[in-house]
Design a protein around this ligand. Structure first.
Ligand code: COS
Length: 391
């Protein structure tokens, strides 16, 4: 049984504690039977989204007027949901997270008409969402992105490519960031909603990765969308992307925390059953020290994640520094925790399909997507320096 003592921390209300308990038993019933299923990830992702919609969990991914639970997204709930789902299934966590990441820019900055059109079906789980920011030339330097959108009467015409797009190929819409040229760099980008069936949008390539999930490169070739699909004002694209990532970066940390907790649980169970040189593996001090490091890193990650989430929910609109710290530390720590679990398992740890082997593959991408560890360090440093320069 995973450690749930953190739920007593003052970051949470009783409604968060109830949410965690309820989701835990729902996940056991609805998700756990598919835990080892890595075939037909498109079909399984769609089924998970539908099931999360039916179960009401996607009501945490959109705001209240459009079917959601909270007036604005509650980051602590998002983190608890991602952590709980990730303990059982990386793909179920992915399915949940993308509904939020692929719709939050609309919820935060979209027109009323865009919100009315896209958010209710995202919440119901009948329409899959995606977030298209990264490009083949790079994903870290957002201000340099090249995909271009030019106004033509009542439409925008989009040309360029996006890659590493989660849900690419199965999404109903893409939140797209493109250069509109109001100014050089960061101030010349805008955000749009592009329907999957927009003329001129094609899936250029499906990408296979070590922990399978739907992923694609998108090609926009004179792709036409209505001008009313602009999210926010022209030139605000960079800020919209960053504000969206400010919410979801903490939740990436939460998913990695779920992976790490599962790895620790698996390790504890294993060392109390595995006998070596006449004693249980868990009776050796070397093992105990390793378990102590794993548990401490997990608690440190949880503190950073729920500090960032609570700050966003209760204290400050901008949590760039807190979210970057949470994402960086939690994903890096989870990689170490999972690696330790694999080491304790020995040969059994690298057998295809055993939970720690799966976790070892699943954690790796989280240190890269939604801002690499190196980018998080740059963000943290710039915030620290800016703070230090204040009189
Ligand atoms: N919320 C709101 N506004 C923000 C913001 C945030 N979190 N972060 C930056 N901005 C604003 C800044 O305030 C600045 O506006 P002003 O000039 O009016 O002050 C503007 O946006 C530009 O910011 P900055 O100068 O910091 O831009 P940089 O180009 O230096 O930013 C980083 C560089 C690395 C921080 C950014 O490109 C980034 O986060 N990259 C990683 C993106 C990513 O996660 N990619 C993975 C793909 S998504 S799966």
């Amino acid at each position: 049984m995973a450690d749930r003592s953190f739920l007593a921390w003052p970051f949470f209300d009783d409604k968060h504690r109830a949410l965690a308990a309820e989701l835990e038993s729902w996940t056991e019933r609805e998700i756990a039977p598919h835990e080892h299923d890595e075939h037909d990830v498109d079909g399984l992702t769609k089924r998970f989204v539908a099931r999360l919609g039916e179960g009401g969990w996607l009501r945490h991914a959109v705001p209240a007027p459009y079917g959601g639970h909270h007036d604005k997204l509650d980051v602590r709930s998002l983190c608890l949901i991602r952590e709980t789902l990730a303990r059982t299934s990386g793909l179920a966590d992915f399915a949940f997270a993308m509904q939020g990441l692929g719709s939050a820019s609309i919820a935060l900055y979209g027109s009323e008409a865009l919100k009315q059109r896209y958010l209710p079906p995202v919440c119901a789980g009948t329409h899959l969402a995606a977030f298209a920011l990264s490009e083949p030339e790079g994903g870290s330097d957002v201000a340099a992105l090249r995909c271009a959108a030019r106004r033509d009467g009542d439409e925008f015409v989009i040309d360029g490519r996006k890659t590493w797009i989660s849900n690419g190929g199965i999404a109903g819409h893409y939140v797209l960031f493109a250069r509109t040229g109001e100014a050089p760099g960061a101030k010349g980008l805008s955000a749009f909603v592009v329907d999957a069936d927009a003329p001129g949008l094609r899936i250029a390539e499906r990408i296979q990765v070590i922990a399978p999930h739907p992923l694609a490169t998108l090609a926009f070739e004179s792709c036409r969308i209505p001008a009313t699909n602009l999210i926010g004002r022209p030139g605000d694209g960079f800020k919209i992307a960053m504000a969206t990532l400010d919410i979801f970066r903490s939740t990436v940390g939460a998913a990695s925390l779920g992976f790490a907790r599962r790895a620790l649980d698996e390790a504890v169970r294993f060392v109390s059953r595995r006998e070596v040189f006449g004693k249980m593996l868990g009776e050796y001090q070397a093992t105990q020290m390793r378990l102590a490091d794993m548990a401490t890193e997990i608690d440190a990650a949880a503190l950073l994640i729920y500090r960032a989430a609570w700050t966003k929910d209760c204290v400050a609109d901008r949590v760039t520094r807190e979210a970057a710290m949470a994402k960086m530390y939690a994903t890096e720590a989870a990689q170490r925790v999972i690696d330790s679990a694999v080491q304790l398992f020995g040969g059994m740890g690298v057998v295809s399909g055993v939970p720690v082997e799966r976790l070892y593959r699943e954690i790796r991408a989280l240190r890269i997507y939604e801002g690499t560890t190196e980018i998080q360090k740059l963000i943290i440093a710039s915030q620290v320096v800016a703070q230090g320069e204040k009189p």
